[in-house]
Design a protein around this ligand. Sequence first.
Ligand SMILES: NC(=O)c1ccc[n+]([C@@H]2O[C@H](COP(=O)([O-])OP(=O)(O)OC[C@H]3O[C@@H](n4cnc5c(N)ncnc54)[C@H](OP(=O)(O)O)[C@@H]3O)[C@@H](O)[C@H]2O)c1
Length: 248
Amino acid sequence: MSYNFSDKIAFVTGGTRGIGKSITEKLLEYNATVIIAYSTSQKDADTMCRMAGAEGKKLYALKCNVADPSEVKAAFDYLEKEFGRLDFLVNNAGITKDGLVLRMNDVQWQEVINTDLNGVFYCTRSALKLMLKQKYGRVVNISSVVGMMGNAGQANYAAAKAGVIGFSKSVAREMGSRNILINVVAPGYIETDMVSGIPETMKSRMLETIPLGRYGNTYDVANVVCFLLSDNAGYINGSVIDVNGGMY
Ligand SMILES: NC(=O)c1ccc[n+]([C@@H]2O[C@H](COP(=O)([O-])OP(=O)(O)OC[C@H]3O[C@@H](n4cnc5c(N)ncnc54)[C@H](OP(=O)(O)O)[C@@H]3O)[C@@H](O)[C@H]2O)c1
């Protein structure tokens, strides 16, 4: 599948690593202008921009901690000033701080909610202001299979990711009449830094629950995100697309 996104401006949070990096690569392949937000990975962001520039692609990077509403506001003010519009928002940035609920401290709870749920709200709210003016927009939020099935040791993450689904379905009802569509992609187990610390025994137990018999890769997710951003998905709104190999 190939798309022509050459007239599109896209903002991808957490675009420097893992799933976000592959979404960024795919959007560049389809000739979108892409702005990635990073929190700590400035070096990776700079390298990506340099490499993309050398290939004639338009990639820009912004320091934007999505958990901080003032940084999000500053990033969107910059976007409006520099690019004048925003067509695609991909809320991909996410973290985990795992622990059984009885032992989970307030910081573990709040950091995950602030990044994985509040960050989606801050970025979407700012993006909608731009999208409303142009009467066009596509938002894709990255949730997780954990937001639907729960997972022992991830009550904070599951709450945030389930919240993203409820949030997106509500915004879909508010914005559909304005030609702004918002959908959710819920990945299963995708091999990235986020899951690299999971012990091998747990990994192999998890593998047994995946009917396809393999973990997902970052492009399995990126391809679905690009489809949802494209005109081919023009009648999909408020949906959750599972990318989990059938595990749920
Ligand atoms: N991997 C999986 O199995 C899996 C499954 C289901 C859902 N997901 C979801 O998919 C998304 C991407 O996950 P991943 O596996 O690709 O994770 P990853 O490899 O750990 O990368 C996380 C990305 O998020 C960025 N980020 C983290 N906190 C941020 C903040 N406060 N502000 C801005 N950026 C921030 C990081 O940027 P910096 O490096 O600059 O901090 C990094 O680019 C997440 O929402 C995750 O919950 C992943």
